[in-house]
Design a protein around this ligand. Sequence first.
Ligand SMILES: Nc1ncnc2c1ncn2[C@@H]1O[C@H](COP(=O)(O)OP(=O)(O)O)[C@@H](O)[C@H]1O
Ligand SMILES: [Mg+2]
Length: 271
Amino acid sequence: MTSAESSSADVAAAGTATVTAIANQKGGVGKSTTTINLGASLAMQGDRVLLVDLDPQGNTSSGLGIDRTTIDRSTYDLLIEDTAIEDVVEPTSVRDLFLVPATIELAGAEIELVSLFSREMRLANALKEAREDYDVILIDCPPSLGLLTVNGLAAADEVMIPIQCEYYALEGVSQLIRNVKLVQQNLNPQLEVEGVVLTMYDGRTTLSSDVVEQVREHFGETTYRTVVPRTVRLSEAPSYGEPIEAFDPMSRGAIAYRELAREYRRRHGRT
Ligand SMILES: Nc1ncnc2c1ncn2[C@@H]1O[C@H](COP(=O)(O)OP(=O)(O)O)[C@@H](O)[C@H]1O
Ligand SMILES: [Mg+2]
């Protein structure tokens, strides 16, 4: 085999899914809400989607109605026990939307990973085979820059950064970008920032529009045109275990995430 042939074979073996890590080490900026609702909207628009809950708090899992007390296999097993991906994936109430759930056990993984071989690449290795079974894999990262997040970044092709339209919106973002670059240089050369998504926009405040302006100035075209509004319905949906598309499809939140999914698909040439 020539080297050109072998490298194209390697690409084919890597599979077809785009893997997007949804990351920001700040808590409460809309990572889990975006993972659930972007994922559900993508599935409804024809993609086969896998969500990976990489946060010990498990908001993506509970927000999709997964009872975390009855789960026997989780992201923890994927990372620490070498459990095969197909033994960890759960279906959800949305067709073509699947989930690797997280339990509180995952909190321990941050420490247990330290002494394991290839500790930064555990998730990347675990997801290798899954790439062939999905169009999109979204990884919901925890609100930290520790080993779990590094695993998320090392396993991804790209990073989506949700930024809340609030005071200090950009605080910490440059540190996140530095980490992305470190992972790019040392673990995952193809990693890039795919997009920045503005969340919890409140049209009644000038603060919100100031943040939008500031973020667009800083990130330019990387910023998604779709801005997710702050709406009560979006914050209520998780307690019903449903994505907003199912909970209230006519709401502003549902419309926004549907539009975000369209924009994501356009950016990835999937329309
Ligand atoms: N657009 C929104 N409008 C209103 N509430 C929201 C919105 N996005 C997220 N929330 C709520 O804000 C809180 C934090 O959001 P979450 O997605 O869990 O953030 P993160 O995963 O970054 O910690 C949750 O209670 C969530 O329901
Ligand atoms: Mg979260």
